[in-house]
Design a protein around this ligand. Structure first.
Ligand SMILES: CC1=C(CCC(=O)O)c2cc3nc(cc4[nH]c(cc5[nH]c(cc1n2)c(C)c5CCC(=O)O)c(CCC(=O)O)c4C)C(CCC(=O)O)=C3C
Ligand SMILES: [Fe+2]
Length: 344
């Protein structure tokens, strides 16, 4: 099959203080995130001048992939400019008929996979007649280039530390969302099981037998259970056990965006320093040439019949056409809690 372009589809982030609130409104529309949490998260963004690193990181990763492909790369986001519907309109105007889509998330689950299908659907609906056909690339949490990149990043972060605990972290999601992750017949938990598998593969590369998998960046009302433990609580627990240092590997993310530089480099690091625990954070793959190779290889699976490389036994998933689901009822969005109506 031939393709005219690659659409790089990401989350998006604000590029100035005035963008922060409207960006957060876009992210949380209809999701039952309490306003207090939004106020809190707004402060995290304003702490960095209202600029998330995510758009720049995507632009530099795209620049690294461009020389490896024989097709142009377009950049579009779910929550902030360039918005994917505008990008798709531009693609149509440029004569693109069929494109591959690289979503900047390695995992399954509603937020990590299915929501990108919804973005594809939304963009194609907005563009209407003549919208390019969009084929999404598969999940890559178990690709050897992804695993190797993280393994080397942990090695580099741990340099000089003689004794440390290796801690993997990924974005928390509600337990109900994790239960609904994957097709129902699989029994749920596709997101948390894939995160655990990626951690196992990286630890295996490093020859580390004992490590932890924890979660970060939870939001939503406190009465709703999310994946635990939280990274900051976990640092506290390790300190209580006398662990001298932690090396944190953000296995759930591909770039050093705000959830990484705030929740890990700021909050978790401050907690570690307060408790006298050494703290080092492994880099995410974004700046590693192997990440560019990974994207090029996922593309080549479609354009030149390259055999998919994967290190786990998980069923390959995520690759669908025009925002279709991977399977019936796959990664159903969890029912959002009803918020009491406030009159204004
Ligand atoms: C699984 C997952 C990933 C990894 C997969 C992927 O990478 O796609 C991810 C990535 C990201 N999450 C990000 C930012 C935010 N996520 C939020 C809220 C939420 N995330 C969730 C899940 C995930 N999120 C969930 C279940 C919520 C609750 C609301 C809802 O049910 O949808 C909120 C709202 C405020 C808050 O409550 O924190 C913000 C601002 C940024 C951009 C950072 C930047 O700007 O640099 C990135 C890459
Ligand atoms: Fe998020």
């Amino acid at each position: 099959m031939s393709y005219d372009a690659l659409l790089w589809l990401s989350f998006g982030g604000p590029e100035g203080p005035a963008d922060v609130r409207p960006f957060l409104e876009n992210v949380t529309r209809g999701r039952g995130v309490p306003p207090e949490r939004l106020d809190e998260v707004e402060k995290h963004y304003l702490h960095f001048g209202g600029v998330s690193p995510i758009n720049e990181l995507n632009r530099s990763a795209i620049a690294a992939v461009e020389p490896l492909l024989e097709m142009p790369i377009y950049f579009g986001n779910r929550n902030w400019h360039p918005m994917v519907e505008d990008t798709l309109a531009e693609m149509k105007a440029a004569g693109v008929k069929r494109a591959l889509v690289f979503p900047t998330s390695a995992y399954g689950g509603y937020s990590a996979c299915r929501q990108y299908d919804e973005d594809i659907l939304r963009a194609r609906t907005a563009v209407g007649e003549g919208a390019p056909e969009l084929v999404k690339l598969r999940q890559f949490f178990d690709h050897p280039l992804f695993v190797d990149s993280f393994a080397d990043a942990v090695r580099a972060a741990a340099e000089g530390l003689t004794e440390y605990r290796l801690v993997f972290t990924a974005h928390s999601i509600p337990l109900s969302a994790d239960k609904a992750a994957g097709p129902p017949e699989e029994g749920g938990g596709r997101y948390s099981r894939q995160v655990a598998e990626a951690a196992r593969l990286v630890a295996g590369k490093l020859g580390v037998a004992d490590y932890d998998v924890v979660w970060q960046s939870r939001s939503g009302p406190p009465q709703i259970p999310w994946l635990e433990p939280d990274i900051v609580d976990h640092v506290e627990e390790l300190a209580g056990k006398g662990v001298p240092a932690v090396v944190v590997c953000p296995i759930g993310f591909v770039s050093d965006h705000l959830e990484v530089v705030w929740d890990l480099d700021t909050e978790a690091r401050e907690k570690a320093e307060e408790l006298g625990v050494g703290f080092a954070r492994a880099a995410t793959p974004n700046g590693d040439p192997r990440f560019a190779q990974l994207v090029a290889e996922l593309v080549a699976e479609h354009t030149s019949g390259v055999q998919p490389r994967k290190l786990s036994d998980f069923t390959s998933a995520g690759c669908t056409v025009n925002g279709e689901l991977c399977a019936p009822m796959c990664c159903e969005p969890a029912r959002r809690p009803q918020r009491p109506q406030t009159s204004s």
